[in-house]
Ligand binder design. Structure first.
Ligand code: PGA
Length: 254
């Protein structure tokens, strides 16, 4: 059984005090939900403050990025080693990092390896652009991203994949449940060739892209979809709580 994971990606939103306020608004309701894992990924500078709030909580903490070196002269970067005392998860290879900051799958591969080495669970993001989708290249693009990002990784216990079609992120234009389910099934098949059937079968694959309280059910009902990576809707306490509750009531397991 793959326990569903609902992850909040706050991106570059919230000051430290706003992050603390938002967590305080959500936490009692989130803590009352069992059967799904809930994860909050605030900006780096709020990780310490949010980790204090989550100390007695079942809600977990993740980072939105990390560099691949452990330490050294890399001004402005944060290493997986630094995060490992604070966080359980780290989002890597998000399409905004790939497109706005030029991160290639080769760089993402180094980051995934470094995260695993430091004991963090990577949430590896993959997804095709609108042009690739329209051109029928979803499978080849996503397969290449997976192969390159996971190159040389044989031990992938704890790995999470997030399938986020670029055209659906922040656009209000989510994929349909069946569309996302069939691409995620394809992703699991590719994973099986890379890390073996058993690990692929145990790996949670999330859908991300314009998920909200009105459409989460459509995704979580699908057999291959093990949760969601939620951007905009995770910045609204009541909406994020509703997403987590719906996921738990549809697919919660312990
Ligand atoms: P969105 O973002 O929910 O705002 O579309 C999802 C993501 O980028 O992880």
């Amino acid at each position: 059984m793959r326990k569903p994971l609902i992850a909040a990606n706050w991106k570059m939103n919230t000051t430290p005090s706003e992050a603390v306020d938002l967590v305080k608004q959500m936490l009692p309701a989130l803590d009352a939900v069992s059967g799904v894992e809930t994860l909050i990924c605030p900006p780096f500078i709020s990780l310490v403050a949010v980790s204090e709030l989550l100390r007695q909580s079942r809600v977990m903490l993740g980072a939105q990025n990390a560099y691949y070196e452990e330490k050294g002269a890399f001004t402005g970067e944060v290493s997986p080693l630094m995060l490992s005392g604070l966080c359980r998860y780290v989002i890597l290879g998000h399409s905004e990092r790939r497109s706005l900051f030029g991160e290639s799958s080769q760089v993402v591969n180094k980051k995934v390896k470094a995260a695993i080495k430091s004991g963090l669970k990577p949430i590896l993001c993959v997804g095709e652009s609108l042009t690739d989708n329209d051109g029928g290249r979803t499978e080849s693009v996503v397969t290449a991203q997976l192969k390159e990002s996971l190159d040389g990784i044989l031990e992938a216990v704890g790995l999470v994949i997030a399938y986020e079609p670029v055209w659906s992120i922040g656009t209000g234009r989510a994929a349909s449940g069946t569309q996302a389910n069939s691409t995620i099934k394809m992703i699991r098949d590719v994973l099986a060739t890379l890390i073996g059937w058993q690990t692929a079968d145990a790996t949670r694959i999330l859908y991300g892209g314009s998920v909200n309280a009105a459409n989460i059910a459509e995704f979580i009902e699908q057999p291959e979809i093990d949760g969601a990576l939620v951007g905009g809707a995770s910045l609204k306490a009541a909406e994020f709580v509703s997403i987590v509750k719906q996921a738990a009531s549809i697919k919660g397991c312990n």
